[in-house]
Design a protein around this ligand. Structure first.
Ligand SMILES: CC(C)(COP(=O)(O)OP(=O)(O)OC[C@H]1O[C@@H](n2cnc3c(N)ncnc32)[C@H](O)[C@@H]1OP(=O)(O)O)[C@@H](O)C(=O)NCCC(=O)NCCS
Length: 192
């Protein structure tokens, strides 16, 4: 197969970009909101093209808390092109674009099953992000107080970030079973 070309996405391709984003990731952004972000940071939206057909996407946005950090929002490749290195090519070019713009680190919340892809691309596991119903908060705090790094309150649920070193699936499953968490994912980071 001829290798894909990684390019900045043009505004004309945003609809197709959004379609891939919706089909392949559990992203909740609206098209209008994606367009707004794109206009603000057009160089952080990249596409993989094969004969001018968009077959993969990646985009990220600056962190609100740390101006040196970029949050990798979403990456996806059409399924018929998986495991051919295109996702890694998208990431490599994305790192370069971020570095050029003065960012020094990147972080990502890995969808379940995608952790290996990020590990392969130089990310390290840092946290387990656990979304909890408020009714479980005090028991959870008691059990994990040693490893809680951060807590974020939301209207209907609370988020805890547990410090972890490895891809500890046992811990994830244990928390899932015990607390019936809404979402539990690993957060990975990498220096740029
Ligand atoms: C994640 C994704 C972008 C990877 O794209 P890709 O082009 O297949 O990735 P690469 O070919 O560059 O993979 C690089 C390495 O990552 C690892 N990897 C990739 N997909 C993997 C999978 N499903 N399971 C285990 N390891 C995987 C492998 O080690 C692979 O190297 P190898 O093929 O030589 O063994 C693609 O699977 C995808 O679009 N998934 C759906 C969307 C998604 O979940 N996105 C992330 C959350 S936003």
């Amino acid at each position: 197969m001829k290798s894909a070309k990684i390019k900045y996405v043009s505004e004309n391709d945003l609809k197709e970009f959004y379609r891939i984003y919706k089909d392949y990731t559990n992203g909740k952004m609206s098209l209008a909101s994606l367009k707004r972000r794109y206009r603000e940071f057009p160089n952080l939206f990249l596409g993989a093209y094969l004969k001018n057909k968009l077959i993969g996407i990646v985009f990220g946005l600056p962190s609100r808390n740390n101006k040196k950090e970029i949050i990798l929002h979403s990456i996806a490749v059409l399924v018929q092109y998986w495991r051919k290195g295109i996702g890694s090519e998208l990431l490599k070019r994305f790192f370069k674009e971020c570095k050029k713009r003065g960012f020094t680190e990147i972080s990502v919340g890995a969808g379940e099953g995608v952790e290996r892809f990020y590990l392969k691309n130089g990310f390290k596991i840092r946290y387990l992000r656990v979304e909890l119903d408020y009714k479980h908060e005090s028991l959870f705090k008691k059990k994990f107080k040693e490893s809680i790094s951060k807590k974020v309150k939301r209207r209907t649920y609370v988020i805890f970030y547990l410090r972890v070193k490895d891809f500890d699936n046992k811990l994830r499953n244990k928390i899932k079973n015990e607390f019936g968490t809404q979402e539990i994912i690993f957060i990975l980071e990498r220096k740029l």
